[in-house]
Structures are given as structure tokens and as C-alpha cells.
Design a protein around this ligand. Structure first.
Ligand code: ARG
Length: 723
């Protein structure tokens, strides 16, 4: 449709400020008073003030799984989230003979509930405090970037240490608006998490990666966990004597669902957006970074698939990683596609220009913002030469052997310092997480696959210009001047034959060993970590220098954007950063292309329409029979004469929101968000109200599958259903 815009309309388009249009925005709870009237106008039937208090209903029922969102739905710690958020835990409990991913799973009682994958957690946010002043204390304008970075980090560590009064809580300090403000989050950290119920993947991931990011959709993307705590009611490690956690708030479920145009909202933990980046950052990302990551993701998917037969033990181990890579790869492809077809770059160029002109037009503004904006441009440009190398090095940690060796060695390095001086991630408070990660590798590692992953990445690395490569890595793998793939492959073969790091006990045994133990080790991966350390630290310090300088320039740029928007009467929300946000809107379809209207609901008949009997369009026979017999029970929607499967909304979401409860105007559970349509992926950079649509699984489909397919009526009963 956009190509029909005539010139004058285009001009209008280009002078839009960085302003928020209806439904755009991921609002911090503390900001809700600012948008009170919009919320009520949109149809919220609660007092908006009720939403700002984290420990009250409904915010108190919303939790994070670290990477996904979820909610309490009973007073016995029952938690609902997406199927795709618990794949690791399903995988953890599956074998080729008892593959829960294929069959689904329902615990008939508490004792049948299964431990989630190591490291699984449920985080309940208790408080959020503005700590900007404390984070930005003891800084001086004479400091170089690295010194500044380190002072901020040290201030942050102090705040965290004071906040984590005991083991029940985890605290974090998160940056908003590029460092214009910082908030301290205190979260209850529930560590005993159990898998209660998941549908088979033929229901929970119906349509697979073909349908991912697509509408019409027919996916039952739901799952249940339960939070457990020790007999004293406090978070504890897994133990038989642990009891279900009793949250102070849980959501009530409305089995009548929603209708077209109904108000909906959700609270959750969106991961990352880049809505306020400069035009040059966008250009670089879409023309260089994304094409490279798409390419790398694609190669990783191919090597994993080529080195693990379908249904093999190895494939089961890589299910979760594979799904993540495919999801991400498709995301980036669709995003680049939108960018190439759409007007994002022109719009961003224009916004950038407008902002700069606005700054230049006034001497006071110019002296406040001008120099920092120039400095920001310069920092961005400097960095753009080395990022291919940096991405490749980061990707090498997709090899579990490289990853664990580097992490274990770093722990030994940091452990030589007093706790408060250690790098974040390697302090006493991090030991449990490190251990859990080391444990988790056992269920997610296969030596052939790991070796193949490392080989592909090293081959790419070897093609970099010499000036970009690290001498120690070149030396270690023998890829200095002339390099032969055959020799490299032989070298890797030997490393994998010799290493003992794949052995769980040995891996865990390295936690707590001294630096000299590492230095004298004969394990080839440990040797790699030791020998490449100095070079890697050099890069890390360069990155700190840059981050430190950015932490001066970026906030000023953001301040300019905020001031510019204020001058137009617009409230600004911060980019997503993994913290609790609210987004609101309505159930609504859209027009993806000329001549095509996307209806807001899909039906059971649509499941049959797509059915081929072959993954990803297979389904349990019982499901087909139920649909053929029109067994709808209480879950039919009259408007569509069927059970609604998925619906569309116009909520502003991104990765990390997965699993968030979709709530109606009274904050009752009516579905779960699990995806967005392809046209909204670019929304991470450039929001477009016309095309931005969220995809939700309807609560009526969830309850219908639970009741008729899994006889999970005990769970339905446990949920607090509204009559
Ligand atoms: N695209 C979704 C997201 O990134 C994940 C959907 C998972 N389902 C799938 N078929 N891959 O949040």
C-alpha cells in the first residue's frame, strides 16, 4: 500500500516526530499515571492507579522466567506460559523412548510433576527504585571510557549487594534511555520449578517454523509450570519436601474469552527494542549485521541438522537451540525484507535530520546537545569496522566446549580477587548459575555436533583479514598464514577426542580450581581458554572503553529526543530492556496487503484445513475426531461457530513478552501472547500502527485442549475460573 503514497503525503510522513501513536509503547508501571486517560479511553475498567503497584493485583501475579513472561493462575503456584518457553524443560525430561515433546505431558497430581531444566527460575518483581544518582556517583569528566565504565560497574555492584539481603532475592540494575536513568529491580527468585502440563508439539507448535511469525495461525502455544518453595515458604533448591508456592496474587481466568474490538492489555518482560537509534546505526545494522547473522544462523542450523539424524538422541539434545536459531533467523530475514521494501530508512533519516535541525536552531539547545550528538556519531562509526570479528567470536560460544572452558577459566581468574572487585557474572552470587549452566550442558551436548559448529565458525574466522584476527587464536588452531580446512578439522578431531570437559563431574570439578590448575591443564579446551585469554581481555577492555564513552554521549542524545517530543506534547517510553512493562490495545485484524483482510480469529476448522498428517501439520487423531464431531463444549464462540484458536491484537510487544497473559478490561486472563505477524517484526526499530499485530492463543482453545485432549480437568478446576 505504501507505494501508492503520493509525494505530498510522503512529506507529511517524513516530518513525523519520534512520537507515540495509539497502542505504541511499552510503559513502565511507574509511568502509567501519565497515560491514565488513554488507558480509560481505550476501555480499561480498572482504576489505572491499581496497575502501578507491583505487589498488588494484577501486577503481583505477573512473573518472569528470565527470557519469557508468565503468570500465576492459582493460589497454589500454578504458572501459565508458552509451550515454546518451556522446550528446554520438556527436552530435559525426554528420551528417544519417552519423548514428551512428541507426546505432551500432564501430571495427574503434584507428585508427578517433573523438575524443569537446570537453571529454570520464576522471578517475581517486588520493587523498582530509581537509582540513577547512586549509579552515576564518583564519576569525573577526566575519566577515560574504561575508568568510567568500571566506576559505574562498581557502583552497580554495591547497590546489588545491599539489595540482596538474603538468598531469596535477586537484584539487578538496569539502564534506561541509554544510561539517562537506572533502576534497581528486586525480585523473588524461585528456584524449584516443575513442569505440570504441556500439549504435544503437534498442538503446542502446530505449524512449526513454517507458520512462525505468520497469520492465520492455529497454535496451542501454552504450558504450565508450578513454583515450589521450602517448607519455610522461602525459595529453595529442588527438594522432595518442598511445597507449592502460594503467591499473594493470581489471575482469574475468563473462559468466555474476548470479541473483536475488545480492550486487551498485557504486562510482561519485553527483551530489547531499538526505537531511538540513529539513522546510521540502522543503516549499518540492516546492511551489514543482519545479513551476516542470517548467514551464520543458517550455517549453524545446517550443521546441526546434518550432524544429528531426525529423532536421534543428538537431535533431542539440540531441539531447543535449533528452535531458537530458526526463530531468530526467520525473524532477521523478515526484518531485512521489510526494511528493503519499506520506508524505514527514509523515515529514520528524516527523523534524525529533524532532530538535529531542531537542536541547531537554538543556541541553548545546541550547547546542551550538539557536541554529544557529534561524539555519538563518531563512536558509532569507529566501532563498525570490527564487528564481524566480534560477532564471530561471540558465536563460537555456541560450542559448549569453548563456552564452558572460557567460563570456568574466567571464574578462576576472577576468584583471585576480593569478591566485590570481581567481574559481574563471576561473583559469589553467581556461582549457582554457573553451576546450573555447567549441569545443563549434559543434556544439550553432542560431540559431533559441537565440533561441527566450531568448525564452521573457525572457517569463517580464518577468512577475516589478518589485522582483525587474534594472534593467540590463530596460533592455537594453526590458521596463521596459510590455512587448510583439512588440518583444522584434524586438529579439532584431536581436541574432541582428548577433552574431558564433556564429562559432567569433571566439568563441575573445575569450579573452584585455581588459576595454576588451569594453566597446567592438558585439556585442549582449557588450554585454548588460557592461551587466548590476554587477547580476549584486550578486546573486552576496548569494549569497556567504548561503552564508557557511550554512557556519556547516548543519554544526552536521548535527552534531546525526549525534549524534542515534549515540545510536541508527547510522552516517551524507554526501549525494551527486559524489565516489566505494560502495553494495551484491542482485538483487531489488519490489512497485510492490498485486497486482503486478516480476520482477528481463527477456528478449529482452520486446524483441519492445514492438516497434512506430516510435521509440522500433524495432529493427534483424538483432536481431529473432536473437531469432526464438533465437540466444542462450553468453549464455542457464537460469532464464529467454533472454538477460537488464535486471535490478533495490536499490542506493542517483542521477544521476551512470550508467555505474557493477555488480559481483558478487568485484568482477567483471556489468552497468552506468543508471536507477532511478520509485518511487525521491524517494529523493534520502527513502529507502524497499521501493521503491528500481536498473535495470541485464545483461552478457550487452551481450556478445550486441556479438557478434551488431556483430561486435565483437575488443572482447570485449580484455575480460578469466572462463571
Ligand atoms: N516467534 C516467536 C517469538 O520470537 C516464537 C514463536 C515460537 N514458535 C515457533 N513456531 N517457532 O516470540
Amino acid at each position: 500500500m505504501k507505494k501508492y503514497f503520493t509525494y505530498p503525503i510522503l512529506i507529511f510522513f517524513l516530518v513525523l516526530p519520534f512520537c507515540t501513536v495509539a497502542n505504541e509503547g511499552m510503559w513502565q508501571p511507574g509511568q502509567l499515571p501519565q497515560i491514565k486517560s488513554q488507558l480509560s479511553e481505550a476501555g480499561l475498567e480498572l482504576n489505572p492507579d491499581a496497575l502501578t503497584n507491583l505487589t498488588d493485583f494484577p501486577m503481583g501475579a505477573i512473573v518472569s522466567l528470565g527470557g519469557c513472561s508468565a503468570s500465576f493462575v492459582s493460589d497454589q503456584g500454578l504458572v501459565i506460559t508458552n509451550h515454546h518457553c518451556v522446550v528446554r524443560s520438556i527436552q530435559h525430561n525426554s528420551t528417544t523412548d519417552n519423548n514428551l515433546l512428541e507426546q505432551g505431558f500432564v501430571a495427574k497430581n503434584h507428585s508427578e510433576e517433573l523438575p524443569a531444566a537446570p537453571g529454570s527460575k520464576i522471578l517475581v518483581t517486588e520493587s523498582v527504585i530509581d537509582v540513577t544518582d547512586q549509579v552515576l556517583t564518583n564519576l569525573s569528566s577526566e575519566m577515560d571510557g574504561q575508568a568510567r565504565y568500571e566506576q559505574i560497574e562498581s557502583n552497580t555492584k554495591n547497590l546489588i549487594q545491599n539489595c540482596e539481603s538474603n538468598e531469596s532475592f535477586r537484584c539487578s540494575v538496569v539502564k534506561f534511555h541509554g544510561g539517562l536513568s537506572y533502576f534497581l529491580f528486586k525480585q523473588l527468585h524461585i528456584r524449584d520449578v516443575r513442569l505440570v502440563h504441556v500439549p504435544s508439539k503437534s498442538v503446542g507448535k502446530y505449524g512449526g517454523d513454517i507458520d512462525n511469525w505468520m497469520w492465520p495461525r492455529h497454535t496451542g502455544d501454552y504450558a504450565f509450570y508450578r513454583a515450589y518453595v521450602g517448607p519455610d515458604g522461602k525459595p529453595a533448591d529442588y527438594h522432595e519436601d518442598n511445597q507449592p508456592y502460594q503467591p499473594s496474587h493470581h489471575l482469574k481466568t475468563n473462559p468466555n474469552g474476548v470479541k473483536e474490538n475488545d480492550y486487551i492489555m498485557l504486562m510482561g518482560y519485553p527483551g530489547l527494542t531499538n526505537r531511538y537509534r540513529t539513522a546510521s546505526e540502522i543503516k549499518h545494522t540492516f546492511n551489514h549485521i543482519y545479513p551476516l547473522t542470517i548467514d551464520l544462523m543458517g550455517s549453524l542450523v545446517s550443521v546441526i541438522e546434518a550432524n544429528s539424524a531426525p529423532d536421534s538422541e543428538a537431535r533431542v539434545k539440540y531441539q531447543s537451540l535449533l528452535a531458537g536459531l530458526l526463530n531468530y533467523e526467520k525473524n532477521r530475514k523478515l526484518m531485512v525484507d521489510s526494511y528493503q521494501k519499506g520506508t524505514t530508512q527514509q523515515r529514520k533519516d528524516a527523523l534524525d535530520r529533524n532532530l538535529r535541525e531542531w537542536v541547531a536552531a537554538d543556541p541553548k539547545r545546541h550547547s546542551e546537545f550538539g557536541a554529544s550528538i557529534d561524539h555519538l556519531d563518531q563512536l558509532i562509526k569507529q566501532h563498525q569496522t570490527m564487528d564481524v570479528r566480534d560477532i564471530l567470536l561471540r558465536y563460537m560460544t555456541f560450542s559448549s566446549m569453548i563456552d564452558s572452558a572460557i567460563e570456568l577459566h574466567r571464574l578462576a581468574v576472577e576468584s583471585t580477587k576480593p569478591d566485590e572487585q570481581r567481574e559481574m557474572g563471576f561473583q559469589e552470587r553467581d556461582l549457582r548459575d554457573i553451576k546450573q549452566r555447567m549441569l545443563r550442558i549434559s543434556g544439550e551436548y553432542d560431540s559431533h555436533v559441537d565440533q561441527a559448529i566450531l568448525m564452521v565458525l573457525l572457517e569463517r574466522y580464518a577468512e577475516l583479514p589478518e589485522a582483525q584476527r587474534l594472534p593467540s587464536i590463530d596460533g592455537f588452531f594453526g590458521i596463521e598464514k596459510v590455512y587448510s580446512a583439512k588440518d583444522l578439522s584434524k586438529k579439532l578431531q584431536k581436541m574432541y577426542e582428548k577433552t574431558k570437559l564433556h564429562d559432567e563431574d569433571i566439568r563441575l570439578g573445575w569450579i573452584g580450581k585455581t588459576l595454576s590448575d588451569f594453566e597446567s591443564s592438558k585439556d585442549p579446551f582449557i588450554q585454548f581458554a588460557v592461551q587466548s585469554f590476554a587477547d580476549r581481555i584486550k578486546l573486552e577492555n576496548q569494549e569497556k572503553e567504548r561503552t564508557g564513552l557511550l554512557s556519556v554521549a547516548r543519554p544526552v542524545y536521548m535527552k534531546a529526543i525526549i525534549a524534542y517530543n515534549e515540545s510536541q506534547g508527547q510522552a516517551i517510553y524507554a526501549d525494551a530492556n527486559g524489565t516489566l512493562r505494560l502495553t494495551y490495545g484491542h482485538v483487531t485484524g489488519y490489512q497485510p496487503k492490498d485486497g486482503l483482510i486478516a480476520q482477528p480469529f481463527t477456528t478449529l476448522q482452520g486446524v483441519l484445513e492445514k492438516y497434512t498428517g506430516v510435521w509440522p501439520f500433524n495432529a493427534p487423531q483424538s483432536l481431529l475426531d473432536l473437531i469432526e464431531n464438533q465437540t466444542y463444549g462450553d468453549y464455542v464462540a457464537e460469532e464464529i461457530q467454533s472454538v477460537p484458536v488464535n486471535f490478533l491484537g495490536n499490542l506493542d510487544i517483542t521477544g521476551g513478552n512470550s508467555g505474557s497473559a493477555t488480559l481483558n478490561s478487568k485484568a482477567e486472563l483471556v489468552g497468552l501472547v506468543f508471536d507477532g505477524v511478520s509485518e511487525s517484526i521491524i517494529g523493534n526499530w520502527d513502529y507502524d500502527a497499521e501493521f503491528n499485530r500481536s498473535i495470541h492463543v485464545d483461552i478457550r482453545y487452551i481450556l478445550w485442549v486441556m479438557k478434551y485432549l488431556y483430561q486435565a480437568e483437575h488443572l482447570i478446576k485449580e484455575m480460578d475460573l469466572i462463571n
